[in-house]
Each structure stands twice: as structure tokens, then as C-alpha cells.
Design a protein around this ligand. Structure first.
Ligand SMILES: C[S@@+](CC[C@H](N)C(=O)[O-])C[C@H]1O[C@@H](n2cnc3c(N)ncnc32)[C@H](O)[C@@H]1O
Length: 428
């Protein structure tokens, strides 16, 4: 075994043995080594490659099904949660996005913690950790008066886009309803009366803003995790000869609410309610989270921004507009230069080492970027080492390149990731 400051088998014997013997999907594990320069010399880390989880596996809870740019599948956090934590342990994601880790942790009876620099994340995550009953959602939707005017200028929210420009996405009547709903939600938020049903409605509305089917408020556009600019949408409309069709805002919110809540039984609701009281969602930088207590976390499962591969501000501009967030002011980490990215990640690892308890783990997922020429796990290992963490292993989940990814215009091989590459660290 290579020298990783203690071999993977010595540090995490049962997980390592399981990975070596793993053949749930009919292929044996390939065992290799990742070598990097650490602060005190060359370090070798055991590296295991296989299809460890797959989209074909048992379907995840439908509560996850809102889209978010560069989100991972619930099976990824579940793999580590099942193996490295027990009921009631705290599981944390400092770059939570749509909240795949905290939600999967909560569904598994672990206490969910999450952080993201964009306030949009808490708006997407919290309502699914404390889901209201469908009846409550239905009753609230019936009470909201979308007949009144409530354009962006009237709401007091940031005016990032002129009201009329949004007509490239929406039928005038749909936009009137959407603006009134936005005005209602911003007003309730400002006066402190936003409750669980309102928060749920806001989350669902945000997830329906734009998309490529009749389930969304908009005319045909890119998939919902990426809103194009007004100018690009104008071109899409011209090219396709389309004008925005009428959509019923409340009806679509109700339909999506039924789908999201449909897989949630009484048992799952009881589990979520039990852990919700101890959960914590933070809006801020992953490298400075004084809200999270020292030594409180058993497991971190996370995926940071990969250099400058995804522009989270641009992709989320319309969602931010709806929520009254000035997208341009959200200080997301977008770093083109690899050494600057490593510095930023080292700061995050130092903070994660503080919040982990001794023996706790970090599963840090990175992608293969720049057409596979840059394997970020090799860049991540020195960052964790500098923060005093012990590298346990690298796990590569080799996934089939699916037709779905292709038809959604995701050119994984060229631009993003085709595999999940997870570096596992442990705190001494
Ligand atoms: C790859 S996405 C995470 C997706 C997440 N794993 C999921 O399944 O939804 C990275 C996230 O990091 C957030 N982010 C960027 N810079 C950040 C920072 N400095 N601190 C905290 N979050 C940050 C972005 O807003 C984005 O939501």
C-alpha cells in the first residue's frame, strides 16, 4: 500500500474493504494510486474506480426534484452518509446549492447543516426540510390574489430587469400573475409574516420560472437550471418562431407541489420533523461560518465551484430577481487560475477541519474539467493536507454518458464532468 500518512485500509478498514470487493453493478473495482506533492513530501493515496452508485439505482425521494446547475445525485451523499455516520449525526455541505446533501441527510435521520453564499439556496432548501401538507399549500394558493398589479418596480425589490423585458419569456397575463405573486411574497417577507406554506410556494415558483416544457411558466427555453439573458431569449424566440403561451401560475405550482410531496409518507415526515429542530442553514462564505460550532460535524459531503466552469450568478439571475436578490452582488467564488482556486479551497478545508469532530470525514467531490486534462482531485489533495487533514482515499464513480445529458445540451466530456471524483479526508 502507498504511503498516505497511514494506508487507506488502516484508516478506514471497512470502507476500503467494501470498495475493493464492490461489484453491485457487475464490474470489479479498479485499484490505483493518486500521487501528489504534500507540504512534507510526496503523498500517495489509494484510488478506487467503479460504478459505485447509478441513476438506475433505487429512485431517490422526489423531494429532491428541483433542478440546480451542477447539482449531484442524491445517491452520492447517501453513499457516504450510510457508511460513515449514524442516526442523529450532523452532516454538512458548505456549498449546498439546491441542498442535495442536507436533504438526503435529513431523510436518513441525520441532522442537516448547509451553507451557500447565495441566499437563493436557503430559499430552495428550507421548505423541503420542513415541507407543509399539500392541503396547506392548496389553501394558501386559493387565498393569494393574483388579480392585483404587482410589477417589479412596485415591490421594492432590486430592479435588475425591466418588467417589459420579461415578456420575451412570459405571456402578458402569466407575467402579471407572476409579478403579483412576487409582490405578495416580498411583502410577506418584509413584514416578517412569511410562513412554511409561503416559503414552499416561493421555492416551487422559483423552480418553475423557465424551462423547456409546458410545466414551466415560460415559453420554450433552456432547461430550468440555466436562465438565458433577455437578448438570448429574444433570439431563441425568433429562431423558433414562438411567442410565450399563457400559463396558469397557481395551477403549475400546485401540480409541481403534488409531484414533490407525492413520495413523502408519514414515516418520512416524522423523520424530517425530528431533525429539523436541530438543523442549520447559513448564507455566507464556506470559509467563514462562525454559526457552525467547533467539532460538531460528523461528515461533510460537498462539491465546490469548479474553477470558472459554471457561472452561478448568470445562470440564477431570473431566480434571484423573483426572490428580490441582487444577483450581481452575490460573492460566489469564480476563479480561473488553479493556484488561486487551491488557495480558496485551502481556506475552506481549514474551516471544515475546525467544525469536524475528531475522526469525522470530508467527502469532497470535484470534476474532470478542461476536457479531462485537469483532474481536480490532484489539486484538492494538497489543500486538505495543508489544513492538517488525513487523505483516506480517492473514489471515482465512473458513470455512463447518458442520452439525457446529451439531449439537455450538456456536453460533459468537453466542458464539465463525466465522472464523480471524490477525495475522502479524515480529521485526526
Ligand atoms: C457545485 S454547486 C453545489 C451543488 C450542490 N452539491 C447540489 O447538489 O445542489 C456549488 C455551489 O457553491 C456556491 N458557492 C460559490 N462560492 C461559494 C462560497 N465562497 N461559499 C459558499 N458557497 C459558494 C454556489 O452558489 C453553488 O450553489
Amino acid at each position: 500500500m502507498p504511503d498516505s500518512g497511514g494506508s487507506a485500509r488502516a484508516i478506514c478498514p471497512s470502507l476500503t474493504d467494501e470498495l475493493i470487493a464492490f461489484d453491485d453493478f457487475g464490474t470489479p473495482t479498479t485499484i490505483g494510486v493518486t500521487e501528489v506533492d504534500g507540504p512534507s513530501g510526496r503523498v500517495s493515496v489509494d484510488t478506487f474506480t467503479n460504478e459505485f452508485w447509478t441513476s438506475k439505482q433505487r429512485a431517490a425521494n422526489r423531494l429532491h426534484e428541483i433542478s440546480y446547475r451542477a447539482c449531484f445525485k442524491p445517491q452520492l451523499p447517501r453513499f457516504f452518509i450510510d457508511r460513515l455516520t449514524g442516526a442523529g449525526d450532523v452532516v454538512y455541505d458548505p456549498f449546498m446549492g439546491r441542498g442535495t446533501t442536507p436533504l438526503e441527510a435529513a431523510l436518513a435521520g441525520r441532522v442537516p447543516l448547509g451553507c451557500d453564499v447565495n441566499p437563493l439556496s436557503e430559499i430552495l432548501v428550507r421548505p423541503r426540510l420542513e415541507p407543509p401538507g399539500l392541503n396547506d399549500v392548496e389553501a394558501r394558493l386559493a387565498e393569494i390574489d393574483l388579480g392585483r398589479s404587482g410589477g417589479p418596480a412596485a415591490t421594492g425589490g432590486p430592479r435588475d430587469v425591466a418588467h417589459d423585458e420579461l415578456l420575451v419569456f412570459y405571456h402578458p397575463d402569466t407575467l402579471r400573475e407572476l409579478s403579483a405573486l412576487r409582490g405578495y411574497l416580498l411583502a410577506r417577507d418584509a413584514e416578517g409574516t412569511l410562513d412554511a406554506a409561503d416559503r414552499w410556494i416561493r421555492m416551487v415558483a422559483v423552480s418553475r420560472l423557465t424551462g423547456h416544457s409546458s410545466g414551466f411558466f415560460s415559453v420554450y427555453t433552456l432547461p430550468p437550471n440555466q436562465a438565458v439573458s433577455v437578448e438570448s431569449q429574444r433570439k431563441i424566440n425568433e429562431r423558433r418562431g414562438q411567442t410565450p403561451p399563457r400559463r396558469d401560475v397557481l395551477e403549475l405550482i400546485l401540480k409541481k407541489s403534488r409531484a414533490l410531496l407525492g413520495g413523502l409518507g408519514d414515516a418520512e415526515r416524522r423523520v424530517l420533523a425530528r431533525v429539523w429542530a436541530r438543523s442549520l442553514l447559513v448564507t455566507g462564505s464556506a470559509s467563514a461560518t462562525p454559526e457552525v460550532a467547533d467539532g460538531s460535524v460528523a461528515l461533510v459531503v460537498t462539491s465546490p465551484p469548479f474553477l470558472d466552469v459554471v457561472d452561478y450568478v448568470r445562470d440564477n439571475w431570473l431566480r434571484c430577481w423573483f426572490c428580490g436578490i441582487s444577483a450581481g452582488e452575490v460573492p460566489v467564488t469564480v476563479v480561473r487560475d488553479l493556484s488561486a482556486w487551491q488557495e480558496a479551497m485551502t481556506d475552506v478545508f481549514v474551516e471544515l477541519a475546525r467544525v469536524l469532530h475528531p475522526g469525522g470525514h470530508i467527502a469532497f467531490e470535484v470534476g474532470e474539467v478542461r476536457a479531462g486534462t485537469l483532474k481536480l482531485e490532484e489539486a484538492v489533495l494538497p489543500c486538505g493536507l495543508r489544513a492538517g487533514l488525513v487523505p483516506v482515499l480517492v473514489l471515482i464513480n465512473d458513470q455512463e454518458f447518458t442520452k439525457t445529458a446529451n439531449c439537455w445540451g450538456v456536453s460533459n466530456r468537453a466542458k464539465g464532468t463525466n465522472t464523480n471524483r471524490v477525495v475522502l479526508f479524515r480529521k485526526r
